[in-house]
Structures are given as C-alpha cells and as structure tokens.
Ligand binder design. Structure first.
Ligand code: XMP
Ligand code: MG
Length: 183
C-alpha cells in the first residue's frame, strides 16, 4: 500500500466520504425500488468495489449479475468501440435493471452498453455511477444515480485502475501525471 501511495498526487474522496455517499445512494434505491426487486448489473472490472459496498447497504431484496466490457483504446481514454468480454448470466427481460458503473467519462462505453441492454427488453433500466466527469462527455447518457461529479483528472483507487494497478487503494485519488507520461 505504501508503495502504491507514492504515485498518488492527492486524495479526492476518502474512505469515509465514499461510505457516506454509497449509503445515500443505497437509501434512494431502497425507496425507488421498494417491491420491485432490482437486478444490479456491475460492469467489471472498475465497479467491483462500489458494487460490493452498495449492495451491502441496500436493504430490499435484489439480485446481482456481472458483465465485462472493454473499450478499445489504451491509456487514459476510451474509444467508441466496445466489446463484450463477459456477458450477463441471467436473462434481463422484464427485470428492473440498475447498471452499476465506476465512472462515466466520454459516455462511449455506457451509451453502447445501455442500448445493448435495452434491446433485451428489461422492464426498466437505470444507471448508477459512482463518478461522473461531465467535461469529457461526447455521447449523452442519462444518469439517475451519481455519487460525485469530478473534474477532468485521471483518478484511481476503490476499483478504478491505471494499467490494472491501484484498484486496491481504499480511497479515490488523483494519479501523479508523470505516472502516465504527463508533465
Ligand atoms: P467512457 O469514456 O466510455 O469511459 O465513458 C468509461 C471507462 O473509462 C475508464 N475511465 C477511467 N478509469 N480513472 C480510471 O481509472 C479515470 O479517471 C477514468 N476515466 C475513464 C473506466 O474504465 C470507465 O469504465
Ligand atoms: Mg477501467
């Protein structure tokens, strides 16, 4: 942990701030989905910690499923092309789906994914993202549950990675630009 922390410029959201916000989102989901048994779909890998914390704060019956996508493009940006690496295990037809994501950035990944899932005729579909970076949006995406709006800085930790590292940091921090070849 100490070694990883050397690459962090500053902490954006502490463990306590994350826990507080996750509990608030869970309380809204409890209220909005009472009697509806939502299916929470975690988009791997970035959302795995957020998903695990979120479902433990939800008190109504719910089910979970997982999906993995890769957006072509490397480094700190994604491209318009999205590939399903792992599809859902369950049929979502007639289900009340909540897509759980780590971060909404350009919107490429989620606009593609939401269209794909809508074509499977869920009863409803909503998006829950921990972080939103609206400055970088190129594709409009409607988001119903959003944890924090962040500026255009590359963040890691709490599931989010740079080159697959830093996911295990318990907080969200801004990476030092020199780590990814910035100034
Ligand atoms: P788009 O641009 O398709 O991107 O909305 C969403 C995906 O891009 C990754 N992403 C980040 N990952 N820190 C990260 O660790 C960031 O600041 C960041 N911005 C975008 C992420 O995989 C997300 O699912
Ligand atoms: Mg990622």
């Amino acid at each position: 942990m100490r070694v990883l922390e050397q690459d962090i410029d500053h902490v954006l959201f502490s463990e306590e701030q994350l826990a507080q916000r996750v509990a608030e989102i869970a309380a809204r989901i409890d209220k909005d989905y009472a009697g509806k048994e939502p299916l929470l779909v975690s988009v791997l890998r970035g959302s795995f910690i957020f998903m695990a914390d979120l479902v433990r704060q939800i008190t109504i019956p719910c089910t979970v499923d997982f999906m993995a996508v890769s957006s072509y493009g490397s480094g700190t940006t994604s491209s318009g092309q999205v590939k399903i690496v792992k599809d859902l295990s369950e049929n979502i037809e007639g289900k009340n789906v909540i897509v759980v994501e780590d971060i909404l950035d350009s919107g490429n990944t989620l606009s593609y994914l939401l269209r794909l899932l809508e074509a499977r005729h869920p009863a409803s579909i909503r998006l829950c993202t921990l972080l939103d970076k609206p400055e970088r949006r190129t594709k409009p995406v409607a988001v119903q549950y959003s944890g924090f709006t962040i500026p255009d800085e590359f963040v890691v930790g709490y599931g989010l990675d740079y080159d697959e590292r830093y996911r295990n940091l318990p907080y969200i921090g801004v990476l030092k630009p020199q780590v990814y070849g910035g100034e």
